[in-house]
Design a protein. Structure first.
Length: 470
């Protein structure tokens, strides 16, 4: 067993497929190791529900008994994954990190169904900020998931458990959600990739809504290629979901990217860049800009003010009413079952009027019109995924302000109907990861993942070189 454990250094999809193809290990052996790792970690806050080992092994046995010609038609044959616990899987509990809210799902989200039908193996449901309300990852009715790079630091949220399950080698990929940064912030804090596709590209049916008009299913993976592979398998128009969209063509300049191709990337004007006193992440962002220039990019500073105004609409504007529309009735009837911070945020929507909502819609329309010309000047917008990170104790002492700080570069993306890809960008001196996010108009995922994959390789090579010198 130990020799096999040494072979299983990574759960990235290409490595697992190669190992299966060469018979170095089998899916059942991989699952045995995963459950051993889960047992060794004990109560670590990652999971709200782990499927019984025998249930998972029974699923694996079915996959292993398939004829070879059938296996080869399943692109995710034997690949383990996790699902954020606001996403329904039939027969399993959905808790939204609120034990008192728990119900057994009758249906499975279509994305999850598609992935299982492609041969993937579901390990369990993962922890989150309660009702997907937060970017910190510690607002949960269960144990707090710990950042694997520093246990006193937050893991990021709301898809905290999803990101940590990938980062700690328990699954190859995770399915999460992203409304205002939940699929990007935890990716950054866990040194993995977070792909937030265009709204409606992946079905959001059978999910406990945060903001139904904004919610996206997001993908966490160890590398860009894996995230894109999963998204390509999972995407598709869902006629049963009112917010599903047919895939459209991106702008001509964003159809794809190849290494060495010239491109234009925008960054916020220096006076709009905010790192909340974190010099490490500021320095890493400057390194990222230089890397992109070395790749053939032209850096174009842009006015970030309208993006900041859009940010404020999500938690400080009328879109908080969407959260109340989703779970407000439950919270009203079960106030003691909900964390005070979550309860107060969502119930604050009761102060809003219908007129406030329409004013917010008008303001957002004005901002979109203001921002639209920017996309004629640049191909992608590049920002730090977050300007800083905080310790758990810091967030507990100042939960609202610090959470808001983490959304400085993320909250506007779905409001403005953009696509985004969060990528690792090296490590701070304290050993905690940092990241950048590439942002582009809707349906530009191919360009983002092509560009992001090249950037990720460049930064990884540089990090390895620095490590060897030290």
């Amino acid at each position: 067993m130990m020799s096999f454990m040494n072979l299983l250094d990574t759960l990235d999809i290409a490595s697992l497929i190669s190992g299966y193809h060469t018979h170095r290990f089998s899916p059942s052996e991989v699952i045995e190791i995963i459950f051993q790792r889960i047992a060794t970690r004990g109560t670590d806050g990652i999971w709200t529900y782990v499927q019984p080992k025998q249930t998972v092994l029974a699923r694996v046995s079915e996959l292993e008994q398939l004829p070879v010609n059938v296996r080869t038609r399943l692109p995710l044959w034997g690949i383990p994954f996790s699902v954020k616990d606001c996403i329904d899987v039939a027969g399993l509990p959905t808790t939204c990190a609120c034990p008192g809210f728990t119900y057994i799902a009758d249906y499975t989200n279509p994305v999850v169904t598609t992935l299982i039908n492609a041969g993937a193996i579901l390990i369990g449901k993962t922890n989150l900020d309660q009702f997907a309300t937060g970017l910190v990852g510690i607002r949960t009715g269960f144990d707090i998931p710990r950042n694997p790079f520093g246990s006193d630091y937050i893991p990021g949220g709301s898809s905290s458990g999803a990101a940590v399950s990938v980062s700690t080698g328990l699954v190859s990929f995770a399915v999460g959600t992203d409304t205002g940064g939940s699929g990007r912030v935890p990716a950054s804090f866990n040194n993995i990739v977070g792909l937030k596709p265009t709204r409606g590209l992946l079905s959001t049916a059978h999910i406990v809504d945060a903001c139904r008009t904004l919610d996206c299913v997001s993908i966490f993976a160890l590398n860009v290629e894996d995230a894109w592979k999963i998204a390509q398998i999972a995407k598709g128009f869902d006629p049963q979901n009112s917010f599903s969209r047919h895939e459209a063509n991106p702008p001509a300049n964003l159809e794809s990217y190849h290494s060495g191709q010239a491109f234009r990337f925008g960054v916020p004007l220096s006076e709009h860049q905010e790192f909340f006193g974190n010099k490490d992440i500021e320095g890493l962002f400057l390194e990222a800009i230089q890397t992109l220039i070395d790749m053939g990019g032209t850096c174009i500073p842009i006015n970030y003010t309208p993006f900041m105004e859009a940010n404020d609409l999500l938690f400080r504007g009328p879109w908080i009413a969407e959260r109340y529309a989703s779970v407000g009735a439950f919270i009203e009837a079960n106030q003691q079952a909900v964390l005070p911070i979550t309860r107060d945020i969502i119930l604050s929507a009761k102060q809003l009027t219908a007129a406030d909502v329409f004013k917010g819609l008008y303001h957002l329309a004005d901002l979109k019109k203001t921002i639209s010309p920017v996309w004629q000047q640049i191909d992608v917008l590049v920002v730090p995924t977050t300007g800083t990170i905080y310790r758990i104790a810091e967030v507990e002492n100042n939960p609202l302000e610090l959470n808001a700080n983490l959304g400085y570069y993320t909250n506007f993306v779905n409001l403005l109907d953009l696509s985004a890809l969060a990528i690792p960008n090296g490590f701070q001196h304290n050993g905690i990861p940092a990241g950048i996010t590439l942002i582009a108009p809707p349906f530009s995922e191919q360009h983002l993942v092509d560009l992001g994959a090249v950037f990720h390789r460049h930064r990884t090579v540089k990090s390895d070189a620095v490590s060897s010198i030290q």
